[in-house]
Ligand binder design. Sequence first.
Ligand code: HPA
Length: 276
Amino acid sequence: MQVSLGQIDHLAEIIRSRVRQKPRIGIILGTGLGGLADTVQAATIIPYQELPDWPVSTVVGHTGRLVSGELEGQPLLVMQGRLHFYEGYSMAQVTMPVRVMGRLGIEILIVTNAAGAINPDYLPGDVMLISDHLNLTGMAGLNPLIGPNLDELGPRFPDMSQAYDRELSALARRAAAENSIQLHTGIYVGLSGPSFETPADLRFLRLAGADAVGMSTVPEVTVARHSGTRVLGFSGISNKANLDGNTATSHEEVLEAGRVLTPKLETILRGVLRHL
Ligand code: HPA
C-alpha cells in the first residue's frame, strides 16, 4: 500500500494541532526500549489509535504512542513503539511516521533498535553506534522508496553515502566517553524477520561485514535520508547471534536486555541533546 502526500500532511496537521512545540528531533524507540519516553518533560501523549490510518504496533514491547515534549531543553517527538514490515504493513506504511515527522519539521532522527550481536566482541547489554547499514531487504526489492517518487519530499535517487551523520555520531561517542559507557561502532544489517536467523544466515551476514542484526531501522533511515533529515542510530545488543547453532534466540531475552540498555541509552541520548 502506497501513502500519499495528502495523507502524510493530514496526519502532520492533526499532530501539530495537539502538541505545544514544533519538534526539532524525532526519536524512534526499539523493542524493549520504550521506557526512554518516560523521561520526556512536559509530555503530550497521543496514542496511535487516535491518529487516522496510523499503523498500530502489534508487537509485545512496543507501546504504540507518540510522546511530544522536551529532553535537555530540546523539543522532540518520540515514537514509543515502531512498526515492522513483518507485521504485515507495507514498507510505505512502516515508514509513514518518518514522513510525518519530516513534515512536522524535524531536523534530526534518532533511531534505536534491539539487535543480535554478530560481532563476537559484543555482549548482551552493550550499545553499538550504527556507522552504516546493510540494506538486505532493499537489495531484495523491498526498498521503501519503490513506487512513484514524492518529488516534494526528495529526489528519485537519493544519496546514501553518509546515511548516519558523522557529527552526531561524534557527539554520541563524546557523551558515552564522558559517562564511561562502552560504545561499540559497527554495521547494522536489516532483515525482514520475523523468524530469527539460521546459523548459516548468520555466517553469511558476518562475511558480508555485519556487526549486529535486526528487523527494523533500515527502511526508516532510508526515508529520512530521502528528505535530507540527519540520522543518528543505536543498536542495543540484546543477544549473541547463534553462529554455531547451539543456543536458541527468544523475544523474551530481547525484552530483558532492554531493561539494562535503557539507562545507558538515556545517558548517551541526553549527552547528545545537551551538546547539540
Ligand atoms: N536477530 C534479529 N533481530 C533481532 C535479534 C536477532 O538476533 N535480536 C533482536 N532483534
